[in-house]
Every structure is written in structure tokens, then in C-alpha cells.
Design a protein around this ligand. Sequence first.
Ligand code: PAP
Length: 345
Amino acid sequence: MAAQPKEEGSPTTDTISASSYDEAAISSDESQDDDTAIAALVSKLPTREGWSQTLVLYKNYWIHPLFLKSILRLHTSFKPRHDDITLASNPKCGTTWMKALAFTITNRSRYEFDNNHPLLTRHPQELVPSMEIPRDTNDDLKYLEALPSPRLLATHMPLSLFSRYWLVVYVCREPKDAFVSWWHYANKIGGKEHSTTDGLESALDMFIQGFSPYGPFWEHCLEYWRQSITSPDNNVLFLKYEDMMSEPVKHIIRLAAFLGVPFSTKEEEDGVPDEVVRLCSFEKLSGLRANHTGGTIRSHSMVLDKSAFFRKGMVGDWVNHMTEVMGRKIDCVMEEKLRGSGLVL
Ligand code: PAP
């Protein structure tokens, strides 16, 4: 795996227009390693309301301003290491699951699958930090530098907003299920009641327009997909939630090989990949006290209940929320956006 660092990519060529988007002003601000400059830059960006939080448009992606500030800070302060592993995804596509899997796979020589395994007492979101989420209230991302190598990190950042990366595992999910999962989560964190059919339909329209956190959803997937199939360095592994649900052991074996810690024949014969699957399954993790009782996870200014990351963990839950016509609306956009890319979701 001779992965090469990638220089910052160019913005996607989506059709979203942003009349007040001043690329030149932003580029010059970006070079200043200074929170004030970042704040000034973000304050100039187009904003839009609709979800529980206002989002800003940066290089064709709609991002929460606090997360964007972190991303811009990472551009100047984050020092990638050649053995970093980054777990990337659109929101609600399986990050928590992937964090549990990658942590368990890469630490399996350290931790037995017994009662002392860290996953039994700590939330996957705590075991693997999200790059753009500071650990404390002063927005400090310096703790990332203090983490021992090899670092396991996660992000919802689009690929084109990375300044550099080494190995990336991207997990993608069928958009209708990802949307429904996000909608439930937004209701929880938003503290507003969106749960009427109208609420869901208007959220769906925003999602389809590409206006969702870290959206447009399809461009986010496509950037990683294209890199996964074209990079001569083979440094992006593109996985799908649905494939992992239907054949978990097969994909866990693939994942371990990509991460540079393949299962030995003996481990496979002993059923180690099956044990990883069991330990990280939705049923197991969602049933643990550590993941639902008396605890919270910080996400910038938000404090989330630990259970917010576990809801149903199933494929096809969208049918319980949307009419066929609504589902078809997403499918049509998806077909149009993915046409010719070779990506099927
Ligand atoms: P994030 O973007 O906030 O990090 P993320 O973990 O990507 O969230 O997505 C949460 C979804 O993954 C939830 O889906 P649902 O709303 O459709 O149920 C959650 O239930 C699901 N999930 C969490 N852990 C697992 C797991 N171990 N296996 C399968 N799905 C899981």
C-alpha cells in the first residue's frame, strides 16, 4: 500500500450557485493561520436555514459553520502522518459502525474479545475521534497531534476539502435510508418537532436540492468513489453499508487487508472475523450500557445523548417513512447524479 499524500483538490463542479460566494477573497484569507481570519472568511459565505442549524456553503458543500471553522483550522495546523487511517462518510451512513470495526480490527493484538474489550465500556464515537470536532469547549484540535501512531481518525469532510490524506475508508449508504436516519437525528438535536409528513417532505426537498449537512450527498460519495477506482495508490477503500450488512465477514476481511492488518489463515479458521462482526453488530453495541445510559457525547456546542447514534440499524427503513412517490424523487436525482460514474447505490 504505497499511499501517497494528496494535495488539496479542486472544488466539485456541481450546479449549485452562490452569488455572494467570493472565491478570491476566501483563498487569500485561507492562507492566514489565524482564527480571526477563519471567522471572517466563514462570515462571508452564503448561508441557508432549514435544518436545525444554519449551514454555510463552502466550495460547493453545505457545512455547519463550527465544523467548517475546524476544517479550515485543520488545513493550517494538522500534520498528517504516513500511517494515519481516516474513516470518512456522509453523515448517518455508518460512521459509528465503521469506528467500532476499524478500532477492533487494528487493535486485535492488544485487546482480546473478552469482558475487558474497550468497546464494551466506551462509545465508538469516543474511541475514534472525529477530526473536525474539538474535544473541549475552547475548540482546540491540538489533541489530534498528541494521539499515538497509528492514528485512527474519522471525518465527514468531502475529499476535496482534505489538505492531505494517506489511507481512507469511505462508507456510503443508500441515500433514502441515510436521509431518514439524518431526519430522525436532526429532530433529536434540533429540539424542534419535525415529525409530521410535511416536515419530512420539506426536509426531503432540501436533501434532493443538495442542501443537507455536508451535502450535496451525491457529490460527497462521487468524490471518494472516483478516487477509489482511479487512484494508482489504492488509498481509498469504498464500502457500502448495505453490502456490509448482507455479507459482513467478507467485507471485514477486505477492510483488514486494506488497513494493512490482514487476518491470517489461522485467524480465519478460528472465526476471528466473525467475532469482530458480532462485537461490532448493531444488536451488541446498541444493547451496551456504555452506549445508551447516562452519557453524552460532545459535538462542538452540542451535547448529544449517547443513544443518538443507535436507532434501528437496518436496510430499507425508508419505506416506513416515505411514500413510493417520495422514494422515487430521491431515486430520480440519484440516477441522474450517478449516471456514467459506475457507482450504484
Ligand atoms: P454519524 O454520522 O452521526 O456519525 P452514523 O454512525 O454514521 O452517524 O449513522 C448512524 C446510523 O448508523 C444509524 O442508522 P439508523 O438511523 O438508520 O438506525 C444507526 O442506527 C446506525 N448504526 C449505528 N451503529 C451501527 C452498527 N453497529 N451496525 C449497523 N448500523 C449501525
